[in-house]
Design a protein around this ligand. Sequence first.
Ligand code: HEC
Ligand code: HEC
Length: 306
Amino acid sequence: MSTDPKTLPGADPHTGNREIDPVTGYDTTGHDWGGIKELNTPFPKVALAALALTVIYSVIAWILLPAWPLGRDYTRGVLGLDQQAMAEARLRNLTDLRAGWLNRFEDPDFAALSDDPALMALAMPAADRLFQDNCSACHGRAGGGGPGFPVLHDTYWLWGGAPQDIALTLQVGINADHPETRWAQMPAFDWMADEELSEVSDYVAAMRSGEADPDGAAATLFAENCAACHGEGGVGGLMNGAPSLVDDAVIYGQDADTVMTTLLNGRQGLMPYWSDRLSDAEINALALYVARMSDAAGSTPSGATE
Ligand code: HEC
Ligand code: HEC
C-alpha cells in the first residue's frame, strides 16, 4: 500500500491534505492554531510571472540605458543615450535657428525691419513669447494694463510710442535701479489744506470731460502746483513721465477719490529695466512688437518722437 498521502482516499491530490474547508471549499495547509486553520491559497501565478518579467526588464534596461551610479560617473548603457546632451543639442539648434533672424534686430533700423514681412513672421511670434514671459504679469497678456500699470496697446504714451522710444524705456526702466533710468515722480501734496485738496481733486476729475471750470480757484491751484509737470491745463506731452490729465488714458484712476489718494500719497510707478536680462536684439524686437500693438489700435501715437 502507498504511503504517499496524496493518493490516500479523500486527500487533496496536490497537497495530500485531507481536510477541505467547508465554507470556502479550499483545502487547508494542515497547520492548526488552537482550532484556527490556514487555508492553502498559493500566490497567483500571474503575479509571479509579472514579477519575473519586471526583473528581466530591469536587467535589459541596465544593459541598454544609463543606470548605475559609479561615484562621480554612471554606466552609460550600450545605446549611449544621454538626455542632457540631447537637450543641449536641441537648444543649440533652436538658438542657431533664432540667431538667423534675431541678429538683424541688433541694428535698430525699425522701419527696415518692419518692412520685411518674412522677418516679421518669424520675429513677432517670438516677441510675443518674450512679452508673455516678461511683461504680461504687469501689463496684461494683450497689453491691456491695469490700475498702476499703463495700457500698452493704446496710442497714449508717457515716454513716446515710437519703437526707439520704447526700446529706451525697456533698456533703462522707469524709476528703476539703472543709473540712467527714466525718472518720474508724482510728489505728495499732503501739505495742502483739506479744502484745497478736495477742490483740486474735483477739478482734475472733471478735466477729462472738459467740465472743469477754467476760472475757479482750483484752476489757479492747478496752474501753480501741477502745470509745471502736467502741462498747461493738464494736457501733458512734456515727456517727463507725467501723464496728460485730459485724455482717455488713465493709470491709477481719475475719479475724485483716486485723485485724492494720488495727491495725499504721491505716485511713483516702477517699471523694471531689462538691459541686463534681455539682449539688445531681444529688446528691439519687443519694442517693435509693443509699437505694433499700438499701431494696430489705430491713429498715430501721441507724444511719439519719430
Ligand atoms: C513689475 C511690473 C512691470 C513689468 C514686469 C513690466 N512693466 Fe512696463 N511698466 C510698469 C509700470 C508700473 C509702468 C509705468 C511707470 C510709471 O507709472 O511711470 C510701466 C511702463 C512701461 C512703458 C512706458 C509706457 C509709456 O506710456 O511710455 C512701456 C513701453 C513698458 N512698460 C513696456 C514693458 C515691457 C515691454 C515689459 C516686458 C519686457 C514690461 N513693461 C514689464 C510695470 C512693469
Ligand atoms: C514733479 C512733477 C509733478 C507735479 C508737480 C505733479 N505731478 Fe501729478 N504726476 C506726475 C507723474 C510723474 C505722474 C505719474 C506717476 C506714475 O505713473 O507713477 C503723475 C500722476 C498724476 C495723476 C495720476 C494720473 C492717472 O492716470 O492715474 C494725477 C491724478 C496727478 N498726477 C495729478 C496731479 C495734480 C492735481 C498735481 C498738482 C496738485 C500734480 N499731479 C502735480 C508728476 C507730477
